[in-house]
Design a protein around this ligand. Structure first.
Ligand code: ADP
Ligand code: MG
Length: 669
């Protein structure tokens, strides 16, 4: 059976499915729900909690009333069950009044808010069947209702569609459901627990494939250009910097130089806490590479960071006759064309950029070294994409991954088993540890007074504004917040603003102004999280601090304390144990361990964002540490057991195919 044969699918909807990357029944089933509406267990008014969604079976207690305010309308109505009363309101759905008044008993599903001390349902839906309703990632041109109906039809074909992909032995050993039962339960669970069990099967499978990919990367490692260097070259490099290297920096660069001297591609991760001086190590590797006549590329996760590296590095390389350029997305067409030309013809030996570096149409000339900065979040597919980009079919570039998140060793082995590890385990001398304070709302005024005093003394402050949704909301709230500060508590200070979606030129101007001390306070979203280096900034203020993972807060805190000045990090929120743990230590490893215990590996690895899921529901794998380790153990055993060589080959084959498919997608995005 094909997609086009499903009831409800005509030409237009078929195109909508294709556009969403769904070309077969199997792919339709693999696009599992992103969430569920649980109508299977209605709650009572007494049980529901503000802030969560809930289903309630209610009796209507009042006539529904319609009020209008200009073009807006609002329907309100009071309901009750045996435990109490709750109101509900609907905005801009005037027809709800008659709909409600025609019924006495209704089942409502919606978000519960606290409204004037009472519970209120806002824009709830009226439900008729008490079951669990899946919600799919929205596909333009395909209503959820139709999506559910075609999935139901596809589920009838499940037996024919699905070869089981895990052996009986593996499923039995780890208590995993068969493919068909699991996929059925993901789309049409009888209970939320069933959906969880089903998700667990695919999460395991995902991790098993990931492990297979990691293991094959390790044994594969292509040919790479050997870049010879000697101790004198390293000495000369360190001598060219304005500071003396730490022993850890020297050791790490020596390891890298040694790797690059081989004609087998380096694959090394450098872990070092924020401020440990990873950039200088990377620059040394880049210099060796460029001086040997090859190209090298440094890829940063954000535009801001890429520009900063570019600004810092360009004079250094150009002084030595080595062309250095920047490639980010959203550059003016003419500029981009010139940049691509400089890359292709080798005018640039050193390239700094963002994801644009692995974009379409980017062609390198003798690329021999790829460095990713702060990219512990990169998964194996992105690593592969990067390697493929620089490879000419015979030779691949050396790969260096730099990470400020000190990932505990056991987890690093599982996630980055294909990489060798260097640790920069000491900070440059003369740093004063950052003092961290948790500041509840009542103490805000004191904090602002402190910011003013510091500013008068010539220091600068970062302020990370309250969280808003991405996109337009991000801009509006960040700007409003900055204006509020500049007009109110920080009046008279020069306040700058930057955020993720800011136009390039503005962003550059904002950062330059702050770096040069022209602005005293930089309000931003978490785009300043990684890598930004302004040694004169001594204050980091984080609004809504309770919402962030500890590792992320540690990163933010790492933006200050970069010089010899005493620095502070203020977390604006009510104190809790988690944040107290952060305030008590400046050691990134301690912080990472606490984060791992409290929020799971997904938080630490940032996998939630990069969403590298090879399987339906597989992203959950990153959130479940025991499952992750179980899958790693399973891969180890399969690989090591000659009696199961066939099974291992099959797993590896699937892993390679999936990674390749995903890498294609990564490289064109
Ligand atoms: P990170 O490891 O967080 O990327 P950076 O490379 O940005 O850290 O370095 C932080 C700051 O420390 C920079 O201003 C850099 O110039 C400085 N730095 C790096 N290494 C040393 C050193 N050995 N001695 C003194 N300062 C150093
Ligand atoms: Mg850095």
């Amino acid at each position: 059976m094909e997609l086009s044969q499903l009831d409800g699918i005509g030409k237009t909807r078929l195109q909508a499915l294709h556009a969403a990357g769904i070309d077969s029944l199997r792919e339709l089933l693999y696009a599992v729900p992103v969430s569920y509406k649980d109508l299977s267990r209605p709650l009572t008014v007494a049980e529901v909690q503000p802030g969560a969604s809930a289903c309630l079976c209610l009796n209507r207690r009042s006539e529904a009333r319609l009020s209008r305010h200009g073009r807006l309308s609002r329907v309100t109505c009071t309901f009750a069950d045996e435990t109490g009363q709750i109101t509900a309101c609907w905005f801009n759905q005037p027809w709800m009044r008659d709909h409600l008044n025609n019924a006495l008993r209704l089942t409502l599903y919606g978000r519960v808010e606290a409204y004037g001390g009472r519970k209120q349902l806002q824009n709830p839906s009226v439900e008729h069947e008490l079951c669990i309703v899946p919600t799919y990632r929205p596909i333009e041109g395909l209503p959820q209702r139709v999506h559910r109906s075609i999935v139901a039809q596809a589920l009838q074909q499940v037996e024919a569609l699905c070869p089981e992909t895990l052996s009986d032995a593996v499923r039995a050993r780890y208590g995993l459901w068969p493919w068909s039962r699991a996929i059925r339960a993901l789309h049409a669970p009888q209970s939320m627990d069933e959906a969880k069990q089903a998700g667990r099967r695919f999460a395991f499978e995902q991790m098993l494939l990931y492990q297979a990919a990691v293991r094959s990367m390790r044994t594969w490692r292509g040919q790479a250009p050997a870049i010879a260097s000697d101790a004198a070259a390293l000495e000369a490099y360190w001598a060219s910097l304005p500071f003396a290297p730490t022993a850890a920096q020297q050791r790490t660069l020596a390891q890298i130089a040694c790797d690059m001297a081989q004609n087998r591609a380096m694959a090394r991760m450098v872990q070092g806490d924020v401020g440990s001086g990873k950039t200088a190590v990377a620059m040394g590797a880049m210099l060796l590479c460029a001086q040997a006549g090859y190209q090298c590329a440094l890829m940063a996760p954000t535009d801001i960071l890429a520009r900063q590296h570019y600004r810092d590095m360009r004079p250094y390389f150009e002084e030595r006759g080595l062309g250095c350029g920047l490639l980010v997305s959203g550059m003016p067409a003419a500029q981009r064309r010139q940049a691509l030309e400089n890359l292709r013809n080798g005018t640039w030996r050193v390239i700094v950029g963002t994801h644009a570096l692995i974009g379409k149409g980017v062609v390198y000339d003798r690329l021999a070294l790829c460095i990713t900065d702060e990219q512990h979040r990169f998964g194996v597919t992105q690593r592969t994409a990067l390697m493929q980009k620089g490879s000419d079919g015979r030779r691949a570039p050396h790969l260096l991954v730099m990470s400020a998140t000190p990932i505990p060793r056991s987890l690093a082995l599982v996630m980055f088993g294909d990489l060798d590890l260097s640790l920069i385990d000491e900070l440059p001398p003369g740093r004063t540890p950052v003092t961290t304070r948790i500041v509840p709302d009542e103490r805000r005024a004191d904090l602002y007074a402190f910011v003013r005093r510091e500013a008068q003394a010539g220091r600068q402050a970062f302020v990370v504004c309250p969280l808003a949704t991405e996109g337009e909301g991000e801009l509006k709230s960040a700007r409003a917040y900055a204006q509020e500060l500049a007009a109110g508590p920080l009046k008279g200070l020069r306040v700058g603003l930057t955020y993720g979606a800011q136009p390039q030129a503005e962003k550059e101007a904002a950062l330059d102004a702050f770096a040069q001390g022209k602005t005293q306070v930089l309000v931003s979203t978490t785009v300043v999280e990684v890598g930004i280096n302004v040694p004169n900034a001594t204050l980091m203020i984080v609004e809504d601090a309770q919402r962030y993972g500890l590792a992320q807060l540690h990163q933010l805190r790492g933006r200050v304390g970069r010089g010899s000045l005493q620095s502070w990090c203020f977390l604006l929120t009510q104190p809790n144990d988690r944040l107290r743990a952060l305030a008590a230590t400046n050691d990134g490893f301690e912080v990472a361990r606490a984060d791992l215990e409290q929020r799971g590996p997904g938080e630490l690895l940032g996998t939630r964002q990069h969403g590298e899921a090879l399987m339906p529901g597989g992203a959950a794998a990153y959130g479940d540490l025991p499952l992750l380790y179980a899958a790693a153990e399973c891969a180890r055993e399969l690989e090591g057991d000659p009696a199961r060589a066939e099974e291992w080959r099959e797993v590896s084959r699937r892993a390679t195919a999936l990674v390749e498919r995903l890498s294609e997608r990564v490289s064109i995005s």
